[in-house]
Design a protein around this ligand. Structure first.
Ligand SMILES: Nc1ncnc2c1ncn2[C@@H]1O[C@H](COP(=O)(O)OP(=O)(O)OP(=O)(O)O)[C@@H](O)[C@H]1O
Ligand SMILES: [Mg+2]
Length: 238
């Protein structure tokens, strides 16, 4: 695969709890190409959030390699991780994690400030596409769940990241609102050429992504072998 944004090689993650070692991920091989999209499903506790946390650098790998945008992260310290997160990563959390003292526009502009960028046409497009352009002066705490989720999406994508990690972004929305958010997410990330790794429990939401994978017993497996557009996702059986 040319220019993968993310590559995991034989990645394992264990948590030590007293005398017990809990192996969550074992020998995961995964690569995500520029602009490609993958849905990750799996039972509760199977390690989906753990996998996202490894890729975002919130948790270290126990074994294996993580490459981000062509760089081996094994020697990265805080400055390298901060640079990657500020410039190239967008994250959508299930609980939104919006900055509640701020209004909608200030929330969306937050990643721009971290990169010394200004609000531009891309942000105008984002808020228009997400239907929140009328809400820019409102405080985020006064918004509905669906509106807050749209703001969270805009904030995650304001700086046009190369990689979006989304952990159950429609988990708090009703079915119709969830599908609409997925449609918008798909449209915007395609427009911005952002690679997406989406965790979801919903097969319908997963179907918006080019490839569906499932975490099962610490291993990553293909969820749908009939996928047509899987050519730019490399997935290696371990
Ligand atoms: N920081 C941690 N310390 C110890 N154990 C952890 C930690 N983070 C996750 N785990 C364990 O790893 C396993 C996988 O957790 P994870 O949150 O990745 O699951 P998940 O697939 O995201 O589940 P869900 O669908 O419920 O969100 C669980 O058994 C969890 O208890
Ligand atoms: Mg989770």
């Amino acid at each position: 695969m040319e220019n993968p944004v993310v590559t995991l090689k034989q990645a394992s993650k264990s948590f030590v709890d007293g005398k017990d070692t809990h192996h969550v991920l074992e020998g995961v091989d995964f690569a995500l190409a520029t602009g490609a999209s993958v849905a990750l499903t799996g039972a509760s506790g199977s390690g989906k959030s753990t996998l996202l946390n490894l890729i975002a650098g919130f948790e270290p790998l126990s074994r294996g390699e993580l490459w981000l945008d062509g760089e081996d992260t094994s020697a990265w310290k805080d400055p390298q991780w901060s640079r990657f997160r500020h410039q190239k990563l967008g994250v959508i959390f299930q609980q939104f994690n919006l900055l509640t003292p701020l209004n909608v526009k200030q929330n969306i502009a937050f990643p721009l400030h971290l990169n010394q960028q200004k609000w531009g046409e891309w942000c105008d497009y984002l808020v228009e596409a997400l239907g929140i352009s009328e809400l820019l002066d409102r405080h985020v705490s006064a918004l509905s769940g669906g509106q807050q989720q749209r703001v969270a999406i805009a904030r995650a994508l304001a700086h046009k990241p190369k990689l979006l990690l989304a952990d159950e972004p429609t988990g708090n929305l009703d079915h119709k609102a969830g599908l609409e958010v997925m449609r918008l997410l798909n449209e915007i990330t395609t427009q911005g050429n952002t690679a997406v790794l989406l965790v979801t429990h919903s097969p319908e939401c997963a179907s918006f992504m080019q490839t569906q994978l499932v975490l099962d017993d610490g291993e990553l497996k293909r969820a749908d072998l009939n996928q047509k557009q899987a050519s730019d996702i490399s997935y290696v059986e371990s």
